[in-house]
Design a protein around this ligand. Structure first.
Ligand code: ADP
Ligand code: MG
Length: 695
């Protein structure tokens, strides 16, 4: 199974997208095809038996459209095509005006003036006419068919100027629509344009310039001040202040030196870096962001699907309505005007354009929203649940105390714990490993290792069992804990230190305390959410209750659920969802253990690039930086988007009804109708594009 992407041209409205989808799905070897009208892309899942894209491109052609593989420089191509098209439209307009003025002032014989108008008419109507024929051949009725019928009808009763003006206005409106949509798409295209076209690679001691496409994992690249980093990689040497805004949305540059991770597309503002490439091309973070965002825009919001279906039967209804108007009024012009204003274009455009703009805006701020439906859900949140470790805290705890409970020395205690934790990626494990390194201890690999998520680890060394974790794990392993140990732990927990018990051969040897720091401005982020009307903020953690309370108090959190196992996190989210009335519950987390909860929540939000990939996969919204304030941003943007969609739908609906009524009762002229109709589509799109400039 593979996925093929195609660029589809000549689609004039949402119902065309459905037709292309149908045509693609009918090709043998195609499992599923989805076509996005706004971005003009088709995503096709095909079986491997399909050798190349040609059958797909042919199928689209047969359906009356054209398709080609997306090209890297499609933006420049598009711009050039758009400029040509614009010049053409201006030319047609000029011709029309000249013909009309000459005719009205009688400076030339009437036939000459009419001739000019007819030329303008044919030029303007031709593309619409062609699309209408295609639609009819594909057994569809769409906006182009309506306009074509209107233009032909007007010409047949000798209203050439009116017919030409209608066609011209339709052409001009389509131009405006395309222009605004292209602008929104460009803000995504610009993400990938941040990848430098070439890189300086060091090979065999020599530096050469290599095209970005030829870079390989393991290449050593040199980046100097003012250059963009061409790969995802790790700094080998050098130092630089790097602006990571395109990837993380953070505007403050960060200092990067040996051992630090850097991302493609980020800018070395000062200094220089020697970087070893870890990910190149399509695998880089930036490319993944772009893919994710594109996929998100393809995903239709539920409301959109209903509207597409509605458009399918609205057109025949409008044709009938127009016929009825003619039957009762015997007024061709009136029936034509009804046809022109009846097309529900603005209604169809309202949702996809707003969703696209919002997702693009969010991506620029380092917030990846994976689909329109999550915008809807985020706008309706009433409860936000935070994981503690790695989410509210930095997730980089440090060992604060080591306490012995038997004959083992402090170093022995740390060493045993470190051997057991060696294979664990948990923050606590990493803290213990760092401590062991600081003490200069050698840690061999454990003979066996078993991670108990949310509890600790069990390992074997020299045939003896090592158990390292919280008290629950000790109970599980039937290790007896003394009252003295419990008292000792409570004391440390009350100080906000997580206490880990270390047991060897079934006996307690001692404890290791670790403390984590709360993220800067976490309290601000939470109070912002509260100001926005989020009713409940909950903290969910596998850590000890006493430790959790310490942090909750500092941050102003309403409810704390401590000592929860990973699977209980999901169950707890579920129960919060049941309790909640209208609206939803968001879960913010970072770790593997949060993944189930992230998927159960109405909106799963994964923390920054430091977060695990599993969490990013399971999440509906991924934050590129560990910046809690982005949650309030996402909520605000989502609400604003929903508002804009509602404005668009309501406006389009009322406007259409008013226009059809005005036209049917003979109060609107053909040309007025055309202007009025295009005006509504453009207005809805321009309104949606305001989201690009949100806050
Ligand atoms: P959180 O929900 O705060 O992210 P976890 O569910 O990952 O925390 O872990 C809960 C508790 O389980 C930790 O506070 C720690 O006491 C214990 N724990 C988990 N993994 C380990 C480990 N590898 N070593 C020691 N203790 C662990
Ligand atoms: Mg965590």
């Amino acid at each position: 199974m593979k996925t093929v992407k195609l660029q589809v041209d000549a689609m004039s409205c949402a119902s065309c997208a459905k037709a292309v989808e149908k045509a693609l799905s009918a090709v043998t070897g195609v499992d599923k095809a989805s076509v996005n009208f706004v971005s003009k892309t088709a995503t096709v899942n095909v079986q491997n038996t399909l050798a190349n894209e040609q059958p797909l491109i042919d199928a689209v052609k047969r359906a009356g459209y054209s398709a080609h593989l997306p090209v890297r420089d499609r933006e420049t191509q598009e711009n050039r095509a758009a400029r040509r098209q614009f010049v053409k439209v201006i030319g047609i307009g000029a011709l029309l005006v000249v013909g009309w003025v000459l005719g009205a002032t009688k400076l030339v014989p009437a036939t000459v003036a009419t001739g000019l108008v007819i030329i303008a008419l044919v030029l303007a109507a031709w593309p619409i006419f062609l699309r209408a024929i295609k639609a009819l051949l594909g057994k569809r009725l769409d906006a182009d068919v309506l306009v074509t019928i209107a233009v032909i009808a007007a010409s047949s009763v000798g209203e050439f100027v009116a017919a030409a003006e209608v066609a011209f206005i339709m052409l001009l409106g389509a131009q405006l629509e395309e222009y605004t949509i292209r602008r929104a798409r460009r803000s995504l295209g610009s993400l990938l344009s941040l990848v430098p076209p070439t890189a300086h690679v060091r090979r065999d001691g020599k530096e050469e310039e290599v095209a970005a496409a030829e870079l390989q994992v393991g290449d050593v690249v040199v980046v100097r001040a003012g250059e963009r980093i061409p790969v995802d990689g790790v700094v080998q040497s050098g130092m630089a202040s790097v602006n990571q805004a395109p990837v993380t949305g953070e505007s403050m540059p960060v200092d990067r030196s040996e051992g630090d991770e850097v991302f493609v597309g980020t800018l070395a503002e000062t200094g220089a870096l020697i970087i070893e490439a870890r990910r190149v091309g399509e695998d880089t973070t930036l490319a993944r962001i772009a893919q994710l965002v594109e996929a998100a825009q393809q995903r239709e919001a539920p409301i959109q699907r209903t509207l597409d279906r509605a458009a399918g039967w609205l057109v025949p209804i409008m044709l009938t309505l127009s016929a009825l108007v003619y039957v009762f009024s015997h007024d061709v012009a009136r029936a034509i005007t009804v046809l022109i204003v009846a097309c529900p274009c603005a209604l169809i455009l309202a949702t996809p354009t707003a969703v696209m703009a919002a997702i693009a805006r969010a991506a620029r701020a380092g917030v990846l929203i994976k689909g329109g439906q999550y915008l809807e859900a985020t706008a309706r949140l009433h409860t936000i649940v935070f994981d503690k470790t790695g989410t509210l805290t930095h997730g980089e705890p440090e060992v604060t105390h080591v306490s012995r409970f038997d004959q083992h020395s402090e170093a022995e205690l740390v060493q045993m714990a470190a051997v057991a934790e060696k294979m664990s990626a948990h923050p606590v494990a990493r803290a213990i490993m760092r401590k062991a390194t600081a003490l200069g201890l050698v840690t061999e690999d454990p003979a066996t290792f078993e991670a108990h998520h949310g509890r600790g680890v069990v390992a074997e060394r020299n045939g003896q069992k090592l158990v390292v974790g919280q008290t629950g794990l000790m109970d599980d392993q039937s290790i007896v804990m003394s009252d003295a140990l419990h008292t000792h732990m409570d004391e440390h927990h009350d100080e906000g230190h997580t206490t880990i018990v270390v047991a060897h051969d079934g006996e307690i040897c001692g404890t290791i305390c670790v403390a984590d720091t709360v993220r800067a401005r976490a309290d601000e982020a939470i109070s912002d959410l509260r100001k926005m009307g989020i009713e409940k903020v909950v903290m969910l953690t596998g850590d000890n209750k006493r430790v959790a309370m310490q942090i909750a108090d500092k941050l102003g959190i309403d409810e704390v659920k401590a000592d929860v196992l990973p699977e209980q996190k999901a169950a707890h989210i579920e129960s919060l969802r049941q309790k909640g009335r209208l609206g939803g519950v968001a879960m913010v987390g970072d770790g593997i253990n949060d993944a189930p909860a992230l998927s159960v929540a109405d909106v799963g939000i994964a923390m920054g690039l430091g977060g695990t990939d599993v969490a990013h996969e399971a999440a509906d919204i991924a934050l590129m930086a560990d910046d809690l304030s982005k949650i309030a941003f996402a909520v605000g943007l989502s609400r604003h988007t929903l508002q804009i969609i509602k404005q668009g739908l309501l406006f389009a609906l009322v406007y259409n009804v008013v226009m059809v009524t005005t036209a049917a009762t003979g109060h609107l002229h053909m040309i007025g109708g055309a202007i009025a109709h295009q005006f509504s589509s453009v207005l809805v799109i321009v309104n949606a594009m305001r989201l690009l400039r949100y806050r």
